[in-house]
Ligand binder design. Structure first.
Ligand SMILES: NC(=O)c1ccc[n+]([C@@H]2O[C@H](COP(=O)([O-])OP(=O)(O)OC[C@H]3O[C@@H](n4cnc5c(N)ncnc54)[C@H](O)[C@@H]3O)[C@@H](O)[C@H]2O)c1
Length: 263
């Protein structure tokens, strides 16, 4: 028996990276999947490659109506919604705190935090009527360790963790589990873009650079994160809610004591 047989999932940011890998794994495990993204061509290609059990819907997650539209599309297209994966994101505003302004704040929080809030609200309403479901979101190691990203990125990702825990408290009585993932450095277009690089060679050089920084001596992959998402989405995690699961090869644990002392 496949682990998501008969389930219906929405994956935001499903055209690339972690979202794409998760959409593929969910589909392989029997789920029907709505892929939501602003990248239309790539998103359509992903959905098409997954066959009749998947569809693409253009959605900008900074717009509440688009997030609500993804939830509605799952219900119209496949009859229900079992798993909402609030994953879309980008780095947002960067630079010195002292140079950031209101537009930077609003744009970054809308993409990385308000989008997750809308995802929880709209999916939660459907799941409450259905009698259950799973809400997952992609936070980040940056939500645990402030130095791992720009100020507003880390703050938005920390807010995702806090809202996950808060929502889990309320929604448990409706059979809805709410969890989030905290990936470490995963070479995807998001990371390449953050470093001003492009293409497969850029990703390979990021992979090389990441190998030495953590307990498990290799860079993470979108599939590493997708497998954790699958576990949390499946019935194997039926007693797990309100957690922020690091998927980071041990990066959030910090550098080894021996390395600090020997420096
Ligand atoms: N790659 C990493 O190292 C890493 C680490 C921790 C957390 N994350 C988080 O993982 C998530 C996925 O990132 P990724 O690394 O797979 O990057 P990615 O660039 O490969 O994928 C992000 C996807 O989100 C989409 N997107 C961006 N803005 C959108 C919007 N307004 N509406 C809808 N879709 C939008 C993009 O088009 C893209 O397809 C993000 O939330 C990111 O913050 C990534």
């Amino acid at each position: 028996m496949r682990r998501l047989e008969g389930r219906v999932a929405v994956v935001t940011g499903g055209a690339s990276g972690i979202g794409e890998a998760t959409a593929r794994l969910f589909a392989a495990e029997g789920a029907r999947v709505v892929v939501g993204d602003i990248q239309e061509e790539a998103g359509r290609d992903v959905a098409k490659s997954l066959g009749a059990g998947a569809l693409f819907e253009r959605a900008d997650v900074t717009r509440e109506e688009d997030v609500a539209g993804l939830v509605a599309r799952a219900v119209e297209g496949f009859g229900r919604l079992d798993v909402m994966f609030n994953n879309a994101g980008a780095l947002g505003a960067r630079g010195s705190l002292l140079e950031l302004g209101a537009a930077d704040f609003d744009r970054t929080m809308a993409l990385l935090f308000r989008s997750v809030f809308f995802g929880m609200v709209h999916a939660g309403r459907v799941m409450r009527e259905q009698g259950g479901g799973v809400i997952l979101s992609t936070s980040s190691i940056a939500g645990l360790c402030p130095g791992s990203g720009p100020h507003l990125y880390t703050t938005a990702k920390a807010a995702v963790i806090h809202l996950t825990r808060s929502a889990a408290l309320e929604l448990g009585e409706y059979g809805i589990r709410v969890n989030c993932l905290c990936p470490g450095g995963v070479p995807t277009p998001l990371v390449a873009g953050a470093l001003g690089l492009e293409g497969e060679r850029a990703l390979e050089s990021i992979r090389r650079g990441m190998r030495e920084t953590q307990a498990i001596k290799r860079a993470g992959s979108p599939e590493d994160v997708a497998r954790a998402a699958l576990f949390l989405a499946s019935d194997e995690a039926e007693y797990i809610t309100g957690v922020a699961l690091p998927v980071d090869g041990g990066e959030s644990v910090g550098p080894p004591w021996s390395r600090q002392v020997l420096k």
